[in-house]
Design a protein around this ligand. Sequence first.
Ligand code: ADP
Ligand code: MG
Length: 290
Amino acid sequence: MNIIEVKNLSYSYQHFDDEGNLIESAPALLEINLDIPKGQFVAVLGHNGSGKSTLAKHLNGILKPTKGGVCVNKMDVNDETLIYDIRQTVGMVFQNPDNQIVASTVEEDVAFAPENLGLEPKEIRLRIDKAMKTVGIYEFRRHAPHRLSGGQKQRVAIAGVIAMEPECLVLDEITAMLDPKGRKEIMNTVEKLNREKGITVILITHYMEEAVNSDRVLVMDKGRIIMDGTPKQIFSRVETLKNVGLDVPPVTELMHLLSQSGLKVKNDVINEEECVEELLRLTELYKPTN
Ligand code: ADP
Ligand code: MG
């Protein structure tokens, strides 16, 4: 069953002058078709301005299609009476953790969204404790969020969203402002939510290595989805990716360079283990014989 269904979605940002006349209509999404099954971990890649955030904002009704449609669990985002259910089904986290902090302690911050759901105080308590434990910030629950590291703050933001118990998370470059340690913490947290809780994850990122373990990779360019496949299928197309301004994971790049220099290497190496294996195989293969 699909949790997200996008059909022929086009979107243009419209600019009006002071009198309300349309002066510009800039297309940002063109004819997007996309079905995402429940539980899938989808990474979305694309150069700046390719339309990733615009697409993300359609998935919980922040933006409405100019043309075409978007459904979340069969609920149409154009139907205003469903928007509350849609926002509860799809939780979004954005790039800057500081913009997402609303309270003076971690637990109040995490409680903010579920409190607005009108749940019983006992239920709220249970949910926020569970959410804080899930993302590993329970021990900081009485701390001030702004004193935490970037990775910890982003985990507070994720806890606030998962306390709503969404079925799907849309994460828009949530590691972009973090150091490598913070990025690792966040990726571990997100992968765990997908694996153990079955939460569908749509992860927008410009770090190729964050896409390597996903079920599916989408590549966007100029408002369209131009590639859709497994990480191996996508990253083995090094030249196509470079043409749209993207890199490949460093180990894939290494293999690509070796291949260009004439060595017979696999072209679908995407992680360190496979890279080590392939280098060992090459060492054997090209061993001088005497
Ligand atoms: P990405 O997230 O891949 O960087 P965006 O979805 O933010 O891409 O942007 C897609 C296109 O829409 C770009 O050309 C961008 O300049 C334009 N755009 C984004 N937000 C707005 C906005 N609020 N008003 C006008 N144009 C916008
Ligand atoms: Mg963006």
